[in-house]
Design a protein around this ligand. Structure first.
Ligand SMILES: NC(=O)C1=CN([C@@H]2O[C@H](COP(=O)(O)OP(=O)(O)OC[C@H]3O[C@@H](n4cnc5c(N)ncnc54)[C@H](O)[C@@H]3O)[C@@H](O)[C@H]2O)C=CC1
Ligand SMILES: O=C(O)[C@H]1O[C@H](OP(=O)(O)OP(=O)(O)OC[C@H]2O[C@@H](n3ccc(=O)[nH]c3=O)[C@H](O)[C@@H]2O)[C@H](O)[C@@H](O)[C@@H]1O
Length: 427
């Protein structure tokens, strides 16, 4: 089939490359010309394992990128909206980018003769596809949904760092369509995937995505709550959760306590669902607690450190890990951001290291010291905070001996080194 993918970020570029891999012809559309040029040259606009190989294989052949909506819509049967859905000031969802993309697709649809299906893959709160995107498409095209074109919602469950693998081997495919014809076309696109397909309506598909992310975020905040209580009692929460996870109704996944969840989705999506719930007159107390536990968690790192080394003024604190999790350069909502801000507020000097995310963090904290090796960040530091679960931190040992003080607060349970003054965040 011929597919256009609107937005070439984490989800769009991976969706496009993977659809090419399963045999479709793909046109990527982005308003950022630099990204379209990169894709056409086989260069991934973001880092994801396996993405470069796919782009090298298909760019300029089965996969091309453009800024031209009209061309992309005209040449394809189906368009996937994969643009960002950030938080507005009050935490609710900001749909302005989705609106712009839908209006551009709509304008192109207005000039197209053949039937076309528009699929929302961006994470959007329930009712958005039918009550917001569909009317924008109708107005911009002058056509009627369900008659002249189809509309569907197909949420994405990939994780950053494992995005290509997750897209190619999904646990589930959810297709919420306004009518059978739209849903059948989306289903046809996924026919080679060996995975159960859930067919439903758009609002249910939208809610499945939010319930999924909110439950995973809830598991993490729950593990952190238990971890904080365990710490006060001198109990090892990792031992507790390992046993709890053996109950097949619970599963051991996503019960690692620590500095909390970051990333472009969990914080934003839980807040967006809170915003939607409030807008319809429901007070989501559990979801609000998931966020408050998560916001308190990184600041417990600096509280513990203060108890151990006292005043931060003029002290050098090494921060290991800037990405919101391992295997990515993404720093969006990284738990190291509030920690570095707090260290600076309290007068500390910060030396930071991350295997991939240094360049991105420079945009937020241009004035701290960035190092190209963990050992450089640790040299002469008074203390160290470990913020990201990078595997290479598990092998650090003698590097800690070049610190002035030997205090290491581990926010991710990754440090194995001996002869240091080690303290876990909640164990
Ligand atoms: N990042 C992730 O791991 C996942 C993200 N999602 C959801 O997918 C959506 C996209 O997320 P990301 O890929 O992370 O966003 P992103 O910010 O990495 O990428 C968005 C892309 O859209 C482009 N864009 C902006 N306005 C445009 C327009 N009018 N027309 C065409 N392109 C335009 C931007 O230049 C950018 O390349 C969000 O709703 C997110 O919640 C869902 C599952 C996983
Ligand atoms: O909607 C999305 O964008 C995506 O959000 C998450 O994926 P992602 O944000 O890439 O990363 P995760 O691996 O889920 O980790 C999120 C955060 O939780 C933290 N985490 C994870 C697991 C755990 O046990 N404890 C914990 O603190 C990680 O350190 C990280 O900061 C979901 O896992 C994906 O299924 C979903 O598609």
């Amino acid at each position: 089939m011929k597919v256009s993918v609107i937005g070439s970020g984490y989800v769009g570029s991976v969706t496009a490359a993977c659809f090419a891999e399963v045999g479709h012809e793909v046109i990527c559309v982005d308003i950022d010309r630099k990204k379209t040029e990169q894709i056409n040259a086989g260069i991934p606009p973001i880092y994801e394992e396996g993405l470069e190989e796919l782009l090298q294989k298909y760019a300029g052949k089965k996969l091309i990128a453009t800024t031209d909506y009209e061309f992309a819509v005209n040449e394809t049967d189906i368009s996937f909206i994969c643009v960002g859905t950030p938080s507005a000031e009050d935490g609710s969802i900001d749909l302005s980018i989705v609106k712009a993309a839908a209006a551009s697709i709509g304008a192109a649809l207005g000039k197209k003769e053949r039937y076309h299906v528009v699929v929302v893959k961006s994470t959007v709160v329930p009712e958005t596809t039918e009550k917001f995107v569909l009317p924008v498409l109708e107005e911009a095209s002058g056509k009627i949904a369900g008659k002249d074109f189809g509309v569907a919602m197909n949420p994405e469950f990939l994780r950053e760092g494992k995005a290509v693998h997750d897209f190619m081997h999904p646990d589930k495919i959810v297709i919420g369509a306004i009518d059978r014809r739209s849903g059948d076309l989306v289903s046809e696109l996924y026919r080679t995937f060996e995975c159960e397909v859930t067919r439903t309506g758009p609002a249910t598909a939208e809610m499945i995505k939010y319930a999924n992310n909110s439950l995973l975020a809830t598991k993490i905040s729950f593990a952190n709550e238990i971890g904080n209580i365990c710490k006060k009692l001198g109990i090892d929460t990792y031992e507790v959760m390992e046993a709890v996870g053996k109950d097949f109704r619970i599963s051991p996944k996503f019960l690692n306590s620590g500095a909390g969840f970051g990333g472009s989705c969990f914080p934003k999506d839980v807040k967006a669902l809170i915003g939607k719930a409030k807008a319809i007159g429901y007070s989501p107390v559990l979801l609000e607690s998931v966020i408050s536990v998560n916001e308190r968690q990184p600041l417990l790192m600096t509280e513990i450190l203060q108890r151990k080394i006292g005043d931060f003024a003029e002290k050098k604190i090494a921060v290991l890990g800037l990405a919101f999790k391992n295997e990515t350069d993404d720093i969006r909502e990284s738990r190291s951001i509030p920690v570095i801000a707090e260290l600076l507020r309290l007068g500390a000097r910060v030396s930071a290291y991350d295997p991939m995310a240094v360049e991105n963090m420079k945009r937020i904290f241009p004035a701290i010291e960035y190092c190209s090796k963990a050992s450089d960040a640790l040299k002469d530091a008074d203390a160290c905070l470990v913020m990201t679960e990078w595997d290479e931190f598990r092998n650090l040992d003698s590097e800690f001996q070049n610190m002035k003080g030997k205090t290491v607060i581990d926010g991710r349970r990754v440090i194995k080194a001996k002869n240091i003054d080690y303290e876990g965040l909640c164990w």
